[in-house]
Ligand binder design. Structure first.
Ligand SMILES: NC(=O)C1=CN([C@@H]2O[C@H](COP(=O)(O)OP(=O)(O)OC[C@H]3O[C@@H](n4cnc5c(N)ncnc54)[C@H](O)[C@@H]3O)[C@@H](O)[C@H]2O)C=CC1
Ligand SMILES: O=C(O)[C@@H]1CCC=N1
Length: 266
């Protein structure tokens, strides 16, 4: 099965590497369309002849076309690839905001999939939420899910609106985690640790906390209670967080991301 990836940036590049590493595609079956030169060093696994800078007939030879350019670049991209696209191909977009209806109408194809992955896909620990047009067969849907699972876990949703919600929660999510980690590292340094020491403390704290939550089946609120002793240090931190309505602020941030995903689709 031939797979074409359009846009070999963070996500497109990750998909190329994952599809090859999982043996979902052989190097002969994997094609890249990237407007900037791609060096051999960047993707040593790829065949140089399969890397293109300009649209061409190779586009029509792909069974699945992954669109991994920024949503803002899609307006320039689709007219350029349209002459090579045909109705049997499956279009798999990971662009934030761009709806199934827009994909289908701009590319004149019935089989479209909209997926929202996240950056940990780079290490096979991604989370992808996806939805598709009714024109995909069950078998095609399974193929797409297998493909997405090469980068981590995936969740199929019937309701497309949930892709905008997933963008706000898991798509942008890693950046929120790094934001919180960064703040903790900065505080650790102010409290006397070297940056390397503070990073170690924070990394291990995040890793241990997530694994514990995964394993023991307790909710986050129950676990928070297990850490916070009455009148103790954690409670002192929570008092400051609550004084600033931090939980509401974080939720508002996610609602802002959701709103932007909907806006990008217009
Ligand atoms: N970075 C992330 O964590 C996530 C990104 N996404 C979505 O994935 C998409 C790509 O994001 P990134 O990989 O971060 O962006 P990126 O900027 O790293 O990669 C996009 C690539 O597309 C190429 N490109 C742009 N126009 C092109 C054209 N006409 N023909 C060929 N190549 C073209 C660019 O040169 C660039 O290499 C976006 O739509 C974003 O919404 C989704 C989930 C997570
Ligand atoms: O920030 C963005 O627009 C993209 C979508 C989700 C993560 N990055």
């Amino acid at each position: 099965m031939n797979i074409l990836i359009i846009g070999a940036g963070n996500m497109g590049g990750t998909y190329a590497k994952s599809f090859l590493a999982s043996h979902f595609a052989t190097p002969e079956e994997l094609f890249i369309l990237e407007k900037y030169p791609v060096s051999q060093k960047q993707f040593p696994e790829l065949l140089q002849n399969n890397i293109h800078q300009q649209p061409g007939d190779f586009i029509g030879e792909a069974d699945i076309v992954v669109i991994a350019v920024k949503p803002q670049d899609y307006t320039a991209l689709y007219p350029a690839i349209l002459p090579f696209i045909h109705a049997e191909q499956i279009m798999l977009s990971i662009m934030a905001g761009v709806s199934l209806a827009t994909l289908s109408s701009t590319l004149s194809v019935p089989k479209v999939v909209r997926a929202m992955p996240n950056l940990p896909a780079q290490i096979g620990m991604g989370m992808t939420v996806f939805s598709c047009s009714p024109d995909l067969s069950r078998k095609e849907l399974f193929i797409i899910q297998n493909l997405l699972n090469a980068t981590g876990k995936s969740l199929y949703v019937e309701e497309e609106k949930l892709i905008d919600a997933a963008t706000a929660v898991s798509g942008s999510g890693p950046a929120y985690v790094y934001y919180f980690m960064n703040a903790m590292i900065k505080a650790g340094v102010e409290l006397g640790f070297t940056p390397a020491q503070a990073e170690l403390l924070v990394n291990q704290t995040f890793m241990g906390s997530v694994h514990l939550q995964n394993r023991n089946g307790l909710t986050c609120e129950e676990l928070m209670k297990r850490v916070a002793s009455r009148g103790g240090t954690t409670e002192a931190a929570f008092n400051v967080f609550n004084g600033h309505n931090l939980e509401t602020e974080i939720m508002d941030g996610l609602f802002g991301a959701f709103k932007r995903s909907v806006e990008l689709g217009r």
